[in-house]
Design a protein around this ligand. Structure first.
Ligand code: TRP
Ligand code: ZN
Length: 850
């Protein structure tokens, strides 16, 4: 991989650091362009480490001075760090460096956002703050002194001395440098407290900028629910006197679990009914839980090296998914998670960026905070839990916390606690961590003499760098229904380990209808021939809510494929089945809303490609429009009644029941506006007193090419609120008609409020375009060119967000020669840009070569 390959890091090369650390003291004298950082680090030789030169990471640091045991030294300095001779035994290392937070636009290390100082150290940002062994297996206790005239000065751990112009913090728990954090600003605290189950009192604060203090209450409630849940479900208590959250406007990702001082993208913590949608509320609750849960899965037990990232991320995602299921609805949460998994992880796993849940090499670790590590990492844990059972899972987790508290652990350590608790051999299961690619599972059936047999075959297509694939361990949850819709076999988990395997059920009076892969029990693509009427039957009768939804989804995809490849008309089984779902008052409205939703354009493109067709983005768009129009017409008598019946009275509440009703109302409004030219949507827009309904209505209007007046009104109403304005930007690029998407987006980038240096605004606007598949892939190539222009511009100041957004091009090989050529040209143009970041270079190179 040309230049980039020379800097590849390999899992196989892991070795321990030369020293252990007995304590770190840091003093920050904050100033926008000349912050002084003094460090004092107590090193002691690591008896387990191989001989190696003494090297500390350090990047973009202005070296002032360094000492060993009080004696000034002249170390060797390079772009990546510092090397020096050191004494044989223990010694104290001191350094003073100068850094410039104000000009740090990469948002990694210590930087400034709207006049406040903040840090982002994961994965390798601490080396931009001072010289240090910046690797997760080097853990130390930190004492921090922050000097500044700003009123709020925060760091990790418990507060110590504070006075005019300074504050001290002490973190008693040894931690790796990536969990370090510092915040200084003119902030307001929304405060509360929590008593742990052993009776310890914890002070809780959410710190925000002035004007945002009325958007903290929901997040605070979510934090307390998370703390209670982790005690009740995992037996995990909080371990400091204080837990702080800070909201920051400029942030590359969602949030960060720094010990005792979580830092959040403000979009992932600030919430109010007027400015946040139901989806925002749910996401905020989930992310607050996620970061809080990291305190045990990530911080108390951290990762030995960055190849083990899924050890903390897969497990913590799994835990936040369980939490959201418990707080809301397991069925709805599972369906949502599978939609996301397919949209992001399956796409990744089936393209040039495919990599194992535990990768074996990387150039830039920031490029591996992926859907595979996070979401497939969580799926792997879900499979493990299903295979060993709930009780063994709980025992294994207890052992994990007991055995590895304070460790920097590996996936081998993780699997070993399951082997030790259950006596199982997990060597084949471990392949889920090392083998990339989404398995295809096909199935055929046989019925004779009361015995029903399912014959399964699995195979995983090759992925970059991994041509030969082995069979995976697949937990396949199956239930059987008899032809009148009763369940004759409750859910049972078949454990498939071979390429081909059969499972039989005997004593059946009639050939049953199978419900396969209930709850989506394994992250595979199920290839099963079925008839529309059988799918409609399962949508009507399946007792597993995931598979009930899945039957409808499969039916919709089947009719779309037929429309696109055989000029078929809309399948009437689908239309009748959807009518039945809407008429069934016993169903959860949130479920009904999910059943009404159609597959995404991108999902259809991948599905067609998988089936051997070349997807045409504009034809997919048209087929989806045609299908939506047919559904609207078929359901037209029902729609007004359902819309009215799901009206939520009274003051706004973000609870799951109310949110589900609003979701159904929104889905129905989308259909109604295809029939009434947007009249109902316009009325809802005018009367909405919450963002969910205001935004739903605006989206419906834009989809039917109305809503210009409302867009103007919305802008005037919300120009003061940056998070709401992100929605305004994203909605327009995301919903513009295909032929106008690039020009609408280009015009948005000319808008006075388009602050391209703010990742949220950049992502809303350009990410809206890339999510608008027919618009992004418009045949004239304008979408590709616009994105590439902006990626090249952003790369110079923010490599991490640029690299992440370059994945919009990762599906390029699916398309026709013309589009492939245009995308390849843009990728090459990015790749050839002078001084391109290592982050973006690695991504575009992998996309081109994979
Ligand atoms: N550890 C964070 C989480 O998943 C992710 C994260 C936040 C991150 N900011 C980052 C990862 C910056 C890489 C770079 O909760
Ligand atoms: Zn995480």
């Amino acid at each position: 991989m040309s230049d980039a390959a020379e800097n590849k890091i390999y899992l196989a090369d892991y070795q321990e650091f030369s020293h252990l650390i007995d304590g770190v003291e840091l003093t920050f004298a904050l100033a926008p362009t000349a912050t002084r950082v003094k460090s004092k680090i107590k090193f002691r030789p690591n008896p387990n480490a191989p001989a190696q030169p003494f090297f500390l990471h350090g990047e973009n640091l202005k070296f002032i001075s360094a000492k060993i045991n009080g004696q000034e030294i002249s170390p060797t300095l390079t772009d990546t760090g510092l090397t020096t001779d050191v004494p044989d035994g223990a010694f104290e290392f001191e350094a003073e460096v100068e850094i410039s937070p104000e000009t740090n636009t990469a948002l990694e290390g210590l930087y400034m956002s709207n006049g406040m100082y903040c840090t982002q150290c994961e994965a390798e940002g601490f080396r931009k703050i001072t010289y240090y062994p910046d690797r997760p297996d080097v853990m130390a206790t930190f004492k921090v002194r922050v000097e500044s005239d700003l009123p709020v000065l925060l760091s990790n751990g418990n507060p110590g001395d504070a006075g005019d112009g300074f504050a001290e913090w002490h973190d008693p728990w040894p931690k790796p440098a990536y969990l370090f954090a510092l915040v200084a600003g003119d902030l307001i605290a929304h405060s509360d407290n929590f008593t742990t189950r052993s009776g310890k009192d914890v002070a809780l604060n959410i710190y925000v900028r002035k004007g945002d203090e009325d958007k903290c209450a929901f997040g605070m409630g979510a934090l307390k629910r998370s703390m209670t849940w982790d005690e009740q479900v995992y037996g995990r208590e909080y371990d400091l006197d204080i837990f702080n959250i800070v909201a920051v406007d400029d942030f590359n990702m969602g949030a960060m679990e720094n010990k005792g001082l979580n830092i959040f993208n403000s979009s992932c913590v600030l919430a109010s009914p007027e400015t946040s949608t139901d989806a925002n509320f749910e996401r905020i609750e989930g992310i607050i839980a996620h970061e809080y849960f990291h305190n045990w899965t990530g911080n108390r037990i951290t990762c030995r090296d960055w190849f083990q990232l899924c050890l903390k991320e897969g497990l913590t995602v799994f835990r936040d998914q369980q939490f959201t299921g418990d707080m809301r609805s397991h069925a709805v949460k599972r369906i949502d998670d599978v939609i996301t998994l397919r949209a992001r992880q399956f796409r990744e796993d089936n393209g040039p960026l495919a990599h194992p849940v535990r990768p074996e090499s990387f150039v830039e670790i920031n490029n591996f905070y992926t859907a595979t590590v996070y979401d497939k990492g969580a799926e792997v844990i879900g499979m493990l839990k299903r295979l060993v059972g709930d009780d063994a899972y709980a025992k294994a987790l207890d052992l994990y916390f007991e055995r590895h508290d304070g460790d920097a652990a590996t996936i081998e350590d993780w699997l070993k606690v399951f082997e030790d608790t259950t006596g199982r051999d997990l060597s084949q299961f471990a392949q889920w961590y090392s083998q990339a690619g989404t398995p295809r599972l096909s199935v055929s059936e046989e019925f004779a003499d009361g015995t029903y047999t399912l014959h399964f075959k699995q195979h995983t297509p090759p992925t970059p760098g991994q041509s030969a694939k082995k069979p995976q361990v697949l937990p396949i949850a199956v239930g059987l229904l008899n032809p009148n819709g009763d369940e004759v076999q409750a859910t049972t988990v078949l454990e498939m380990t071979e390429s081909e395997q059969s499972f039989s059920f005997s004593g059946l009076a009639a050939k049953p209808i199978p419900s396969i892969l209930r709850e989506f029990s394994a992250p595979v693509i199920l290839e099963r021939e079925s008839t529309p009427s059988e799918r409609a039957f399962l949508l009507a009768h399946d007792t597993d809510p995931f598979n009930k939804w899945e039957a409808g989804r499969a039916l919709a995809k089947q009719t779309l494929v037929d429309m696109l490849t055989n000029d078929a008309t809309v399948n009437t089984d689908l239309l009748n089945a959807l009518a039945a779902v809407l008429r069934d008052d016993a169903l959860d409205p949130a479920f009904q809303a999910l059943a009404l939703a159609l597959p995404s354009q991108d999902d259809m493109a991948q599905t067609l490609f998988d089936a051997g067709h070349t997807p045409d983005p504009s034809a997919i768009y048209t087929a989806l429009e045609t299908l939506a129009q047919s559904i609207a017409q078929h359901l037209q008598d029902l729609l007004p009644r359902i819309y009215a019946a799901n009206h939520v009275e009274g003051p706004f509440s973000p609870d799951a029941t109310s949110a589900g009703k609003r979701a159904l109302q929104g889905a129905v409004l989308g259909l109604l506006s295809r029939l009434d030219g947007g009249d109902q949507a316009r009325a809802q827009y005018a009367s909405a007193d919450n963002m969910t309904q205001q935004l739903q209505a605006l989206a419906c209007l834009l989809r039917v090419d109305r809503g210009q007046a409302e867009l103007k009104q919305f802008e005037a109403q919300w120009s003061h609120d940056r998070l709401v304005m992100d929605k305004w930007f994203g909605l327009q690029s995301g919903l513009a008609a295909p032929e106008k998407a690039a020009s609408v987006t280009a015009a948005l980038t000319e808008h006075a409020a388009f602050d391209w240096k703010n990742p949220n605004r950049f992502r809303a606007t350009l990410g809206g375009l890339t999510g608008n598949a027919a618009g992004f892939h418009a045949a004239n190539g304008e979408g590709y060119k616009l994105l590439a222009d902006w990626l090249i511009k952003l790369d110079a100041i923010n490599p991490q967000t640029t690299a992440r957004m370059s994945t919009a091009f990762d599906s390029w090989r699916r398309y026709d020669a013309d589009r492939q050529g245009q995308m390849r040209d843009q990728l090459k143009r990015i790749q050839g840009t002078a001084n391109l970041s290592r982050d973006t270079l690695e991504m575009v190179t992998r996309i081109l070569e994979g």
